[in-house]
Design a binder for this molecule. Structure first.
Ligand SMILES: Cc1ncc(COP(=O)(O)O)c(C=O)c1O
Length: 394
């Protein structure tokens, strides 16, 4: 692993090729998950936007952006994982076969009456909790949601509006809020739906990650037959990045894309873990601050870290200014390119890509040339509308 430091950006580049996935988050799994999501009346594919003017200007074959701002009306991709995990938990409780059951099977009067007594809990920096609260309500259950200190009130309120029984901002950082939610769930008999795993708590996070595969499968199906050569993925605990990586390495076995994880500089736990070089995950302690609230997580998810350790080719840590640049560029696209409304955690990969495309040394480091087909995921819209306006409209 070699480390490079650029203005506002640090890069770790693997010197040997990435390794294929362990067969956990495969195309086959994605098909099952997609079957469930398609059974939901609320399900619509999100758009894959093609930035052709940008691709032409920067001399690459294609730049695609999966725009998750419209997912389930929740402004972020996270509802995919929340809905699938809540569904799987309910199937387990109610004795249904998850590979055969559909959304409507759980909407009978008898099953809704049984669901009414089931309560969920989770910790979140915003989007995941909103997805869980929303999904719980769809099935007639309720959810208790806890947020780390410093969380924005608009995001808390959005969770309540999505259907949470309560959405509370705690005095703890993200990792401690997760532990707090877990203790409360145990004490009160609630089902914990947490988007990160630890020893002994692995099934639910795995279902959440599987839920994210829908966005990967949709993206590939929307790419006009092209295969991505470069994929940039935001990482908080790394669940989304790892799930998508597993899927892409399985689907494009013969010519796997180069995967890059992207995190905020002060809370880059995947980057730190990769840098340590002994294969073990590392945590960032303390109360790090970043405007990328969804990525402000101090510990990689233990079931996904090995996928990122083996499957990613680059690990990046970016200052907040990079996502601000990405948000503005998405909002003010080149030529006839479509605009993308992208929040603080959604746009950092775009800001990073633009810095790469404009710098010969970075282009070379990332092996980007005229044949590159680049895929970005704008994981959220304007989830903090005031913050969005301040950054994009100045
Ligand atoms: C908008 C957004 N993007 C990316 C992420 C990162 O996802 P993960 O924690 O699975 O790495 C999050 C997590 O909350 C998020 O809200």
């Amino acid at each position: 692993m070699k480390k490079y430091v650029f203005e506002n950006i640090q890069v770790l580049a693997k010197e040997s090729p990435a390794l294929p996935g362990e067969g956990m988050f495969t195309e086959q799994t994605a098909k099952k998950v997609l079957r469930f999501h398609r059974s939901m009346p609320q399900y619509r594919e999100t758009q894959l936007k093609f930035l052709s003017a940008a691709a032409e200007k920067y001399g690459v074959r294609a730049i695609y952006v999966k725009d998750e701002s419209a997912r389930f009306g929740l402004k972020a991709f996270k509802g995919l994982g929340g809905s699938y995990a809540v569904f799987r938990c309910l199937c387990e409780r109610l004795g249904l076969d998850p590979d055969a059951a559909s959304f409507s099977d759980l909407q009978t009067e008898e099953l809704r009456a049984r669901c009414a007594g089931i309560e969920f809990a989770t910790a979140t920096d915003g989007n995941h909790g909103k997805g869980v609260a929303w999904a719980a309500r769809l099935f007639g259950c309720c959810a208790h949601v806890y947020m780390p200190k410093g969380s924005v009130e608009a995001r808390r309120k959005a969770i309540e509006d999505a259907g949470a029984a309560e959405a509370v901002i705690t005095d703890f950082n993200y990792d401690k809020t997760v532990a707090y939610a877990s203790r409360l769930a145990e004490k009160n008999g609630w089902i914990l739906v947490q988007d990160t795993a630890w020893e002994g708590y692995e099934d639910v996070p795995r279902w959440i990650i599987e839920g994210y595969l829908t966005l990967a499968a949709e993206s590939c199906a929307q790419m006009d037959g092209m295969a991505p050569t470069h994929v940039f993925l935001q990482a908080g605990v790394g669940a989304m990045a790892g799930g998508v990586t597993g899927y892409l390495l399985d689907r494009f076995k013969d010519e796997p894309p180069l995967i890059t994880t992207v995190e905020p500089t002060d809370v880059a736990c995947v980057f730190l873990s990769a840098e340590a070089g002994d294969g073990k995950a590392r945590s960032v302690e303390g109360d790090p601050e970043t405007i990328m609230a969804g990525l402000n997580c101090g510990t990689p998810c233990c079931i996904i870290w090995p996928v990122l350790r083996d499957g990613a080719s680059y690990y990046c840590a970016c200052d907040d200014i990079i996502t601000e640049e990405g948000m503005r560029a998405y909002a003010n696209p080149l030529g006839g390119d479509p605009a993308v409304v992208s929040g603080e955690s959604g746009a950092v990969t775009h800001g990073l890509l633009l810095r790469i495309l404009k710098n010969e040394e970075l282009r070379k480091l990332f092996k980007i040339d005229k044949d590159s087909v680049i895929l970005l995921i704008s994981t959220e819209g304007a989830t903090d509308p005031e913050g969005y306006d301040r950054i994009v409209r100045g």
